[in-house]
Design a protein around this ligand. Structure first.
Ligand code: FES
Ligand code: FES
Length: 154
């Protein structure tokens, strides 16, 4: 089947999408957007987090067909290489990126948190990011990055 959707503000379409295909697969393999990562494909790790109509979802758990006519924003759509989003900048500055597999999902989840709550407490940050697993950093640098991003966006 063909799907048509808006991705990062642009009208996009993909052909030959099969019924069980995930939005994550379509984004990465059909639309050339490899920012969202596939680490578990089971909704456990959060590395594939994208916005779907403004709500963060695990793109591995959404069928590509469910995104028909809807609006998707990926980590690529939050900023550009020339003009990073403050959350992207904070992750870079605070050394919160090691292997980077978890990073796109954490950035989208942090972006969402700060839109809802510009001044989160540490427990609120931990709760908001509980669905995003990181094997590398021990989370301290990620906490630093979120606090820095919160200061930058307030
Ligand atoms: S790849 Fe989607 S939650 Fe892990
Ligand atoms: S930086 Fe490697 S999983 Fe988080």
């Amino acid at each position: 089947m063909r799907i048509e959707l808006t991705v990062n503000g642009e009208r996009r379409e993909a052909d030959d999408v099969w019924e069980g295909e995930s939005l994550l697969y379509a984004l990465r393999e059909r639309l050339g957007l490899p920012g969202s990562k596939n680490a578990c494909e089971q909704g456990e790790c959060g590395s594939c987090t994208v916005y779907l109509d403004g709500t963060p979802v695990c793109a591995c758990l959404v069928a590509a067909g469910q995104a028909q006519g809807r609006e998707v924003t990926t980590v690529e759509g939050l900023g550009s290489a020339e003009s990073l989003d403050p959350v992207q900048q904070a992750f870079l500055e605070r050394g919160a990126v090691q292997c980077g597999f978890c990073t796109p999902g954490l950035i989208v989840s942090t972006h969402d948190l700060l839109q809802r709550n510009p001044n989160p407490s540490d427990p609120e940050i931990r709760e908001a990011l509980a669905g995003n697993l990181c094997r590398c950093t021990g989370y301290e640098k990620i906490m630093d990055a979120v606090r820095t991003a919160a200061e930058a966006t307030r």
